[in-house]
Design a protein around this ligand. Structure first.
Ligand SMILES: NC(=O)c1ccc[n+]([C@@H]2O[C@H](COP(=O)([O-])OP(=O)(O)OC[C@H]3O[C@@H](n4cnc5c(N)ncnc54)[C@H](O)[C@@H]3O)[C@@H](O)[C@H]2O)c1
Length: 381
């Protein structure tokens, strides 16, 4: 297959590229390097050193090409799609941080324009072409309703009548709302044009590497700052640098998580098995992608235990006033059956993956900018 990856330079985009090359697929990618600039502007850096795109391409084993540009440039994007004759396109070119989107009006506006309009450009550029598309949404779009969360659609009964409808979304930041809007745009496009789109409701991804990253020039980025450092990644970096693990509020918030290597395996399965008209609604297939869910306290305790018992570190867990506005005590039961039916089997455990992360991060401990771990962005201020 010839796969287009939009956002190929990112944490997931680069890992996906290597996974697909390893499977013998050809990859063409675009990126505007927003993430590299944003992390630098925040005064942080990828803890794992990363190569330039030129060095990455040179070190990669397989057929790969790259063009620098933005999904916000419709002419650039259309031309890219037109000339490459792609079998499938994965759109990862997004601003992925909830905290960044709550930093100020400029960041909120940027996030929504970048994510919503970039996605809209992709829909217009592929309109009626029937090129399967994979968009990466987030499990966070669903919020925390007091009921089981289905995979996208559910049966609703009201006043004696019933229908199958999209499950309501109530994400907790302007970032999440940008993803909800993207899901709505995809659903509308699928009902209106000839489209096949898999909308992946992805859990929080953690990990420093995948099996395809043995060569140090092929490593993917790994951030720990309050905007781009996600829960488990930030916790291990905190433990390694002997900075307290910062738990927001009571730490009872539950979320779905998946190791980087398994997330890539799931995306591979999705890319190689595009939706058909039986496993989708009008070509819109929604898949919840995560391995297990944990509360923040459970994660902090697991990281502390491994840090202390296996690596002889002294690890403190500290509860901070929650900078976010989010339910702390809540029901959480998202379904995740579709990927299992497609053949996904978890390849590792949280504990095994944490050990690899500790080893990798200890090697680059001096690159952890500790003062960027503590949250300064507050949802209500
Ligand atoms: N990492 C996670 O835990 C996680 C969890 C759920 C969902 N997601 C979603 O997965 C996708 C990838 O996330 P990630 O963690 O790899 O983020 P990332 O920031 O590392 O990757 C996104 C890449 O896209 C690029 N980019 C952003 N806007 C662009 C544009 N308009 N045009 C071209 N390139 C652009 C960035 O420079 C970056 O390289 C995002 O949609 C994110 O919301 C990630």
């Amino acid at each position: 297959m010839k796969v287009g990856i939009l956002g190929i330079d990112g944490y997931l985009g680069w890992s996906l590229c290597l996974k697909l090359l390893d499977r013998g697929h050809r990859v063409v990618g675009i990126d505007n390097f927003f993430r590299r600039r944003a992390v630098e502007d925040l005064g942080s850096q990828s803890v794992i050193p990363i190569s330039s795109m030129e060095e990455r391409i040179e070190a990669a084993n397989g057929e790969i090409s790259f063009e620098e540009g933005s999904t916000l440039d419709f002419d650039f994007l259309s031309e890219f799609i037109e000339k490459h004759n792609l079998d499938v396109i994965a759109n990862l070119a997004q601003q992925p941080s909830a905290a960044y989107s709550m930093r100020g009006v400029e960041e909120a506006t940027f996030t929504q324009e970048n994510n919503v309009c970039g996605g809209l450009n992709l829909l217009w550029a592929t309109k009626n072409k029937d090129i399967p598309i994979v968009t990466i949404g987030t499990l966070g779009e669903y919020g925390c309703p007091s009921m089981n969360i289905p995979e996208g659609f559910f049966k609703v009964e009201y006043e004696g009548m019933e229908d199958i409808l999209p499950f309501p979304k109530q994400g907790p930041s302007f970032y999440h709302v940008s993803k909800q809007q993207t899901t709505d745009n995809v659903w509308f496009a699928c009902r209106t044009w000839v489209m096949r789109v898999t909308d992946v409701m992805q859990g929080v991804v953690y990990g420093t590497r995948t099996p395809e990253m043995e060569d140090s020039k092929l490593r993917t980025r790994f951030d720990i700052d309050e905007c781009f450092g996600t829960a488990i990644n930030r916790f291990v970096a905190s433990a390694v640098s002997e900075h307290p693990i910062t738990v927001y509020g009571t730490g009872m918030q539950k979320r779905g998580y998946i190791p980087l290597r398994d997330s890539m395996e799931c995306l591979r399965l999705i890319i190689e098995n595009p939706p058909n008209y039986e496993d989708s609604y009008h070509g819109h297939r929604v898949i919840n992608q995560f391995h297990e869910y944990y509360s923040i306290n459970e994660l902090a305790e697991k990281v502390k235990k491994i840090g202390e018992e296996e690596f002889d570190l002294s690890v403190e867990v500290r509860n901070l006033e929650n900078p976010r506005i989010e339910p702390e005590y809540h029901y959480y039961e998202p379904k995740h059956e579709k990927l299992q039916k497609m053949g996904y089997e978890p390849s590792t455990t949280l504990e095994e993956e944490l050990k690899i992360m500790f080893e990798d991060l200890l090697e680059h401990k001096d690159r952890i900018v500790k003062e960027k771990i503590v949250p300064k962005i507050r949802w209500r201020e």
